[in-house]
Design a protein around this ligand. Structure first.
Ligand SMILES: O=C(O)CCC(=O)C(=O)O
Length: 306
């Protein structure tokens, strides 16, 4: 049962045995199908911090049809760029944040406050838990509305479009995203993502920072679940029949490998970021995880929600 596995991996005392967690860096004992990337010209124009698609390692898990995994397709600079985006740009208006409800931000942004040496910074920094972009997910009604939406950030739509096209989902449109911010003791309870009108479209989940144990069950709570390690840069796509499976994050683990610190020198790379921003963002990500979760909301050809 999903709930039992969640409790098992969440436990601190006793700590869980991780031998059964699927590690797609060593897929020898996992039933997988290797997927070949569809190479498109678009990637040459703007790579959004991605390595060339020829180098991506892509699997579908045969026991979870439709669940696709791309092993960190990002360059080290690409990881830095997206971590800064999530912390500096996606944590302020026009996006919605969980901390909006606390009324603690006056005319300042979370980023402006949190990377100074102050008592306020220490208190506020761990409070950011999510932001919503595009159509804002309403956590109470679980509905989207035309009255509650912002534009999707262009670069996030561009990144998702490349990922989608490379996997053959050429009609995918990024219309809503949730950025989840995890501290080392955070968890995300099991749930299904069914608020979108279009659940035939895949869902893209991109992780940075510390490693997650990602738990994925079946369509019902009673179904058994599999645990998978998600490391910095890994992308999971829930497509086909996996799109509506229960999933959650029972545990964040400290990682010994830090791909964002790898030597990022590549003269052909066009992605840029401010080094001072990275110095600040790095202090956050050494003890945190960020997940960008991108969805299509509307049916093909549908222009507005009704
Ligand atoms: O953090 C993750 O890997 C999963 C996030 C998720 O399930 C969600 O935002 O619905």
């Amino acid at each position: 049962m999903f709930r039992d596995s969640f409790k098992y991996y969440k436990s601190r005392n006793p700590a869980p045995n991780l031998d059964d967690v699927i590690d797609l860096e060593n897929p020898d004992h996992v039933k997988v199908r290797k997927i070949k990337a569809n190479i498109s010209d678009e990637q040459d124009e703007n790579n959004f911090g991605l390595k060339p698609a020829e180098k991506w390692i892509i699997y579908e898990l045969l026991d979870i049809p439709g669940l696709i995994f791309i092993q960190n397709p990002f360059t080290p600079n690409g990881q830095r760029y997206w971590i800064i985006k999530c912390l500096k740009d996606y944590s302020k208006e026009p996006y919605k944040l969980n901390i909006d409800a606390h009324n603690i931000l006056a005319n300042e942004t979370w980023w402006e406050i949190c990377f100074q040496m102050s008592e306020r910074a220490k208190i506020l920094l761990p409070k950011l838990r999510w932001s919503t972009l595009g159509y804002h997910h309403n956590w109470d009604t679980k509905l989207y509305s035309e009255n509650s939406k912002s534009a999707m950030p262009m670069e996030l739509s561009g990144l998702t479009s490349i990922l989608a096209k490379t996997l053959g989902f050429s009609d995918f449109k990024a219309e809503a995203a949730i950025v989840n911010y995890y501290r080392m003791n955070s968890t995300l309870a099991g749930h299904t993502d069914h608020s979108e009108m279009n659940v035939a479209a895949p869902l893209f989940s991109i992780s940075f920072g510390q490693t997650a144990i990602f738990l994925i069950g079946g369509p019902k709570q009673e179904d058994s679940a599999n645990a998978i390690f998600l490391r910095s840069g890994d992308v999971v796509i829930m497509s086909g029949s996996s799109r509506l499976r229960y999933h959650g994050v029972p545990k964040i683990l400290s990682t010994s490998r830090i791909p964002w610190d790898d030597n990022g020198e590549d003269n052909r790379e066009i992605i840029t970021y401010n080094y001072d921003d990275w110095r600040k963002a790095r202090t956050y990500i050494v003890e945190a995880r960020i997940n960008m979760n991108i969805r299509q909301v509307l049916e093909p050809g549908q222009i507005v929600l009704y």
